[in-house]
Write a protein that binds this ligand. Structure first.
Ligand SMILES: [Zn+2]
Length: 318
């Protein structure tokens, strides 16, 4: 069988590669780990830190890269623990430092574009395209609370396998996304690679139990994909269609619901006030749903995230 070559490395069974890859036309060097299993199997990619202040996923990826050995694996596991390195090293709130772009809105990228475009292009061409399956780890940013849940793209060629990967995530909800562009897992899904995005952890905090749960989700998906021996578990999911209400004003935000709360049409999500305490906007639900993700900082920014909620589509019987 022909040897796979990724990022200039020949993947020979039994070795672990730890290296950086330079993003052409920038100062960015992306760390990556490739664990080449002793037995043949699929090549699976795990990325974290596409949003650099989402720390639970980053730490889970670092720990997994040190805990999984080639003798445990059938196939290859590629881990990119910190995709947006310059954002991390300049402590942006998840934008690429050089150009202020959201890396997860520019896939599949442009090798002649600005830093985020070039970075996305490299991640897509060198790593994502070579994967048989893809897991992207996200968390709540410094201003975001969320409950754990997972996404897959409903209309993608590999959605059946992606849904089974989502079922391996220890969470109660999943979003069957209609977004087929711009995001890493969305673009990968449409290229035929079964892909999921896991959300776990919030407010740029790093609780050990969340990191552990993220690691267990990845290991469970790897069991399902046959990279690791053992029985995988499935967790029944309530499937959601996702909606977001962005903030209509910049100002101070006073949320009245917590993530995980179910709400009814007409319920109040919260209020935006000016710096004199005068109301600018009352956010009202225009449907029944469950709040999965919201801005939880006092600062809120016009056209930026305010509340993200799901409308229940169906509940798994499994
Ligand atoms: Zn994210």
């Amino acid at each position: 069988m022909a040897k796979i070559n990724i990022a200039g490395h020949e993947l020979s069974s039994g070795k672990t590669i730890k290296d950086h890859i330079h993003v052409d036309g920038t100062e960015i060097h992306i760390p990556h780990i490739i664990i080449c299993g002793e037995k043949p199997g699929k090549t699976v990619l795990v990325t974290a830190g596409i949003h650099n202040a989402e720390y639970v996923g980053i730490q889970a990826a670092i720990e997994l890269s040190n805990e999984i050995s080639p003798k445990d694996l059938s196939g290859n596991l590629i881990i990119i623990p910190l995709a947006n390195r310059s954002g991390f090293e300049n402590r942006t709130m998840s934008l690429v430092y050089e150009d202020g772009k959201n890396l997860n809105r520019v896939f599949p990228g442009d090798k002649d574009g600005s830093a985020a475009d070039r970075l996305a292009s490299l991640l897509f061409d060198v790593f994502i395209k070579n994967a048989d399956a893809y897991i992207d780890l996200h968390s709540g940013d410094g201003y975001e609370t969320l409950i754990p849940y997972a996404y897959y793209v409903g209309a993608s060629p590999a959605s059946d396998i992606a849904k089974k990967m989502v079922d391996c995530v220890n969470a109660s909800y999943c979003v069957k996304s209609t977004c087929t562009t711009e995001g890493a897992y969305n673009t990968a899904s449409m290229a035929g690679i079964p892909s999921v995005l896991i959300e776990r952890g919030q407010l740029s905090l790093l609780p050990k139990d969340e990191v552990q749960a993220d690691k267990e989700d990845v290991l469970n998906i790897l069991k399902f994909l046959g990279l690791i021996e053992g029985e995988y578990k499935t967790y029944p999911k309530t499937e959601l269609r996702e909606f977001s209400d962005d903030a209509p004003f910049t100002g101070c935000w006073y949320p009245e619901k917590k993530v995980g709360d179910k709400f009814s049409k007409g319920d109040k999500f919260g209020e935006i006030r000016d710096y004199f305490g005068r109301p600018l906007h009352t956010a009202i639900a225009d449907t029944d749903g469950v709040l999965i993700h919201q801005c939880s900082s006092l600062s809120i920014i016009k056209n930026g995230p305010m509340v993200t909620y799901g409308v229940i589509q169906k509940q798994d019987a499994c």
